[in-house]
Design a binder for this molecule. Structure first.
Ligand code: PLP
Length: 386
């Protein structure tokens, strides 16, 4: 008997579950799922413990604890020059994941179209399906060593039914940071066709080579039509805290909160105070993390290149993309299923993040948000492949 509703049937178990289970079963090094193997800033962790000990254990307000909303408002103002009213324009969510799903559910009618760039983060198609909306994928193709979209192709994906475009920069799984020209092309399309932009900026602090993160909301005419989403998980190495937030115009926030209140009502209280503290006092720690991650990126890139992969240089995130063809492989899904046995390492096949898997068939993603010793051991093992 098929019990799962039709609109969710294309979403089986995620590739992350499959590959992580494979890593556990074979004892392989897991460079698949992107979670750091070191903790966030100690003083922030102390704040969470203090919040629990101090009795912050009942339902916080629906929009989020006011200290956190104020800290988010100050962060957006100081860092990007974007002013948001903490009472009417900021909503705290259960991670960026809930923020994205609640936004799509609140803003996109069944049958309306949502543009995503492929390869996409795996929750986007599921959120669109839950809303009964239709996804339109625009491919990122490797062009001069990075994944990029063709503005004409993006333009031709817009139809009279298009309601929103989901933008993720820095981009998982490719590591692309959209250039000012790419952001301008997206913004022009949104203004021209009256589209809502839903931006996933969870890697906003994790860009490399001094490339700045530019929120789409800072572009002309975009603040009022952009739902800006971020989260503490990647910035402060606490992916298990599931504390995210949305900044947007009051009518957008009201719509999204209408949905969010019946998904989870509110987000867990203790983490909110700790994240408020971190946004105010731990951005230096984040700067150090960014530098360390850049070093890990370079370490893994060099090792993968020496092992025979063609390596693409990411400008942000936790991930590096490799082309497996120089090693004599053609299919990333096939290779990643055999990689634990061939080399004792787990990675993620990029093709699973495409509507058209063929386009991503020869790419495999490796995560470098791991201890140097773990990266070195993975490289030593992968060097046997050649
Ligand atoms: C990790 C990640 C998320 C999920 O963030 P949470 O705050 O854990 O829900 C969303 N989008 C992208 C691109 C991510 O990499």
């Amino acid at each position: 008997m098929i019990v799962l509703v039709g609109r969710m049937r294309e979403f089986g178990t995620t590739v992350f579950a499959e590959m992580t289970a494979l890593a556990v079963r074979t004892g392989a090094i897991n460079l698949g799922q992107g979670f750091p193997d070191e903790d966030g800033p100690p003083a922030m962790l102390d704040r969470a413990v203090e919040a629990i000990r101090g009795g912050l254990n009942q339902y916080p307000p629906g929009p989020g604890v006011s200290e956190l909303r104020q800290a988010i408002a100050d962060h957006q103002k100081v860092r990007y020059g974007l002013a948001y009213d903490p009472d009417s324009e900021i909503l705290v969510t259960v991670g960026a994941t809930e923020a994205i799903t609640a936004s799509v559910l609140a803003l996109c009618e069944p049958g309306s179209e949502v543009i995503v760039f492929e390869p996409y983060y795996d929750s986007y198609p599921a959120a669109i399906a839950m809303a009964g909306a239709v996804r339109r994928a625009v491919p990122l193709r490797v062009e001069a060593g990075r994944f990029a979209f063709d503005p004409a192709e993006l333009r031709s994906a817009v139809t009279p039914k298009t309601r929103a475009i989901l933008v993720n920069s820095p981009h998982n799984p490719t590591g692309t940071v959209f250039t000012p020209a790419e952001l301008a092309a997206i913004a022009a399309l949104c203004r021209e066709h009256d589209l809502i932009a839903i931006t996933d900026e969870v890697y906003e602090h994790l860009t490399f080579d001094d490339i700045p993160h530019v929120p789409l909301a800072t572009l002309p005419g975009m603040r009022e039509r952009t739902v800006t989403i971020s989260s503490a998980g990647k910035t402060f190495s606490v992916t298990g805290w599931k504390t995210g937030w949305i900044c947007a115009a009051p009518e957008l926030i009201r719509a999204i909160q209408t949905v969010k209140q019946f998904l989870t009502f509110t987000a867990a209280a203790p983490w909110q105070l700790a994240v408020a503290y971190a946004l105010r006092h731990e951005l230096d720690w984040v700067g150090t993390l960014r530098g360390a991650l850049q070093g890990k990126r370079d370490r893994l890139m060099a090792g993968l290149a020496a092992a025979g992969f063609e390596v693409l240089r990411p400008s942000g995130t936790y991930f590096v993309q490799t082309d497996i063809r120089p090693l004599g492989f053609a299919d990333g899904l096939d290779l990643t299923r055999r990689l634990p046995e061939l080399a004792g390492v787990v990675a993620i096949p990029t093709q699973v993040f495409y509507d058209e898997p063929e386009m991503g068939r020869h790419y495999v993603r490796f995560a470098f948000c791991k201890k140097d010793a773990v990266i070195d051991e993975a490289i030593a093992r992968l060097s046997r492949l050649g």
